[in-house]
Each structure stands twice: as structure tokens, then as C-alpha cells.
Design a protein around this ligand. Structure first.
Ligand SMILES: [Zn+2]
Length: 416
């Protein structure tokens, strides 16, 4: 069985498998969109139990078909490079540096279900052999003079050990390998989920990895890209200082207890000015959990602009949603609004859920303000706490009545 894959011609270097005509069309479209005239492909022979031993795989036929349908150049040199060590001689093939060579060998072996060992692996030369000591498969590459570039000097592309690995996973698909594979993509998509990474690696490399291994791989990549998460707390001090210096009139405050982070409050001067000058006098207050190992809660104050869009006023990060933390947040927010030159004593309407901590703190700092409750929250509570024992038709009728009552803007209509 032959498997044909191609590299997405951008930084991500993701491998995508061609399974049908639609995939070939997509490949064509991607190369046209990215203005890439060369398709870099991986063609591999996957051992298949039902396949007759004497089947001849005509790789060139596949390539001709692809070139014909896409009108793009299928680069034979690139093809031999990355990939088909079994069908192409790649002696003298060059790589940008030793890391690129190592990655190419590792990716190739994983995608082809072969295990390997580095016999030599240093900045001057790399020698790789099949993990089966009896096997003659071997690649030897070394540096080109004083350059960073590496070239393959000797190659024995035939595995004499028989079929490849017959396991779903691969011994070399470590968390560091996962990290290398996903790093570029994580730069564009920091929220790339481990479950999606598991699926993508299976599709592109045919390797089934356990969730926890991929999760650790993502952690390694995130650490390489952004530094250790715990170290990022050190940068809060720098960030707050930078906000104050570059955005005069802004508030960037943080507190620590015994050297440990406790809370952070950020309000940009432009946001509070924009709120008072251009938004409706509404402030939506809410908190939400931060879903990572260190936990914490984000507190937010937002408004609605004239277009009905969400307009952020201020946000904070605290350890938990407590009376003290909401009080602290409301106190700084009040000071910021009252100190704003455009504020002339207007009253605001606060929108919130029924969390006791917010209900207590808001009136303390905004005593004559109006309060309303988030209708979605009220409706959910009504449905889940009051209507549980009602039948479906009664439930619907009562919810409809609640809807009408909530959206009625005149008192006399409401009484009807
Ligand atoms: Zn072998």
C-alpha cells in the first residue's frame, strides 16, 4: 500500500495525507493560495498484510497524475529528500542545518513505522541506523565545510529487516517530538487543543499517541515559546510599569503576599474615556475561571458601545471570587471613573449574575447606581430550580411569560 502525503507550504510544515480527488484539489488550492510553485511530498510504502509480495509500486505514476491534475511542479529532488528513502537515492541531498536533518529523519521514520538509532549525532556528523542490528538501512551525513549546511554522504536505503513496526504508537514519538511538530502551529494558535493534536498527528503520521503524551508535548512547546509559566508572573511587574509609562492616566496595579502573586487590576485610560464619552451607561460585571494549572479568576467590567458591541472597561485577575476581591476591584474601578475628567456624576446601571460577592460590593462603591440581573442567568435559575416539576407544555408557557415580562419596557404593560 502506498501512502502519499504533502507538506503544507508554510511555517507549520504540516503533513497532509492524500486520500481522494478532493484532497488533491485542496492541495492544489492551498499551493495556489500560498503562491507556492513546488509541492514537497512524502511517498511511502506501508506494509500491508493483504498485499501480494510482488506488487510493484510505480511512484512516478502517482507523481505524474498529481502534476497533471494540479499543474504544479512536483519537485523530484524535494521528494527524494524528505522522503522516499526506499525508492530514491538521496546522496548529496542537502539540509539547512543539523536540526533540520535530524527532524527530517525522525519524521520520516515515524511516518514509515521504522525505528532507528543515532550511531553518531554531533554538530559535525550524523549517522543513523535501523534499530534492528541485523538491518543494513543506514544514513550518514556530515557538515559541508565551514557551513551550517549538512549533506547526505552515504545512504543504504533498503531495510533488510522485513516489515516495519506493527504497533500503533512509535517509540521515537516522544513529547519532544510532539513539541517540535506543534511548535510553529502553537505560535499562531495558542489554544490548539491536545485532543486536536492527537487527531492531527494520527492523520498526518499514522501514529496513535496517548492524550497525556501529547499534553506534555504541548507543555514543552509552550515552555520553549513563552518561557516557564511560573516565570511569566515575574513579568507582571514589567508589564504594569510599561502600561503606566506608555498610557498616561491608566491604572495597572498588582499585589503580592509573601512574594507570591495575589491580584492584578488593569484599566487603560482610553477605555474609561471611551466608556464615559461613547457608551451606554451600563456596566456588566462578571468573573470567570482561568483554566490552567495555577487557577485563578478573571474579573471583568465591560459596557456596550453605540453599535451594541462589547466595550471592555477594566479587568482583573484574582485568586478566588471573594467579597474582598470584588470590593478591591469595585473600589479601584470607582476611583478610575470618578477621577476621569469627562465624568460629571452620571449614574450607571450594573448588570450581573446573582453572585453574593458582587451583589454586596457594587452598592458599597456605587451607592446610587441601578442594578439589574443578567436575564440569561435568571432564566436558567428559573428553569432549573422552579420549573423542574412542571410538564413540558407548562414549562414552555411559563418561560414564554417570563420572556415577555423581561422584555416589557413599560410598567402598565407589565401589569397587564
Ligand atoms: Zn530495518
Amino acid at each position: 500500500m502506498v501512502e502519499v502525503k504533502y507538506y503544507i507550504p508554510n511555517k507549520s510544515r504540516m503533513l497532509v495525507t492524500l486520500l481522494n480527488d478532493k484532497d488533491v484539489q485542496n492541495m492544489h488550492q492551498i499551493h495556489v493560495n500560498l503562491n507556492a510553485p513546488v509541492i514537497e511530498m512524502v511517498v511511502s510504502h506501508i506494509p500491508c498484510l493483504t498485499e501480494a509480495a510482488d506488487v510493484v509500486i510505480d511512484i512516478s505514476l502517482y507523481l505524474c497524475c498529481i502534476a497533471y491534475f494540479t499543474g504544479l511542479v512536483v519537485h523530484p529532488k524535494m521528494l527524494s529528500v524528505v522522503v522516499d528513502l526506499e525508492n530514491f537515492q538521496m546522496v548529496a541531498q542537502e539540509f539547512n542545518d543539523v536540526e533540520t536533518l535530524r527532524d527530517a529523519i525522525r519524521n520520516f521514520c515515524i511516518a514509515n513505522y521504522r525505528d532507528f538509532v543515532f550511531v553518531k549525532n554531533n554538530p559535525q556528523r550524523v549517522t543513523v541506523e535501523c534499530a534492528n542490528e541485523e538491518c543494513e538501512w543506514r544514513i550518514h551525513a556530515s557538515r559541508l565545510g565551514n557551513q551550517e549546511r549538512f549533506a547526505i554522504k552515504k545512504l543504504n536505503s533498503q531495510h533488510t529487516c522485513g516489515g516495519g513496526l506493527h504497533v500503533r504508537s512509535h517509540p521515537k514519538a516522544s513529547k519532544h517530538w510532539v513539541s517540535n511538530i506543534v511548535k510553529d502551529k502553537l505560535q499562531d494558535m495558542p489554544l490548539y487543543r491536545p485532543t486536536d493534536i492527537v487527531k492531527d498527528i494520527h492523520r498526518e503520521y499514522g501514529v496513535e499517541l496517548p492524550y497525556h503524551q501529547v499534553w506534555h508535548g504541548k507543555e514543552v512547546a509552550m515552555k520553549d515559546l513563552y518561557g516557564h509559566r511560573s516565570k511569566s508572573y515575574d513579568r507582571i511587574r514589567w508589564y504594569c510599569k510599561a502600561i503606566i509609562e506608555t498610557n498616561p492616566g491608566s491604572i495597572a496595579e498588582y499585589e503580592t503576599i509573601g512574594g507570591r502573586f495575589r491580584c492584578l487590576f488593569i484599566l487603560f485610560h482610553a477605555s474609561v474615556m471611551g466608556f464615559i464619552r461613547g457608551c451606554r451607561p451600563l456596566i456588566f460585571m462578571d468573573g470567570t475561571f482561568i483554566k490552567h494549572k495555577d487557577g485563578g479568576v478573571v474579573l471583568g467590567a465591560t459596557s456596550k458601545d453605540a453599535n451594541g458591541g462589547i466595550f471592555p472597561i477594566a479587568y482583573g485577575v484574582v485568586d478566588t471570587e471573594t467579597d474582598d476581591n470584588w470590593e478591591w476591584f469595585c473600589r479601584i474601578l470607582k476611583e478610575a471613573i470618578h477621577n476621569c475628567s469627562d465624568y460629571h456624576g452620571e449614574q450607571f446601571t450594573f448588570m450581573m449574575d446573582r453572585h453574593q460577592e458582587i451583589i454586596k460590593s457594587v452598592p458599597k462603591y456605587f451607592p446610587s447606581s441601578y442594578h439589574s440581573y443578567c436575564f440569561r442567568n435568571v432564566k436558567d435559575n428559573f428553569k432549573n430550580q422552579v420549573l423542574v416539576h412542571y410538564c413540558a407544555s407548562e414549562k414552555k408557557m411559563l418561560l414564554d411569560l417570563l420572556n415577555i415580562a423581561a422584555y416589557t419596557s413599560r410598567l402598565n404593560v407589565f401589569h397587564k
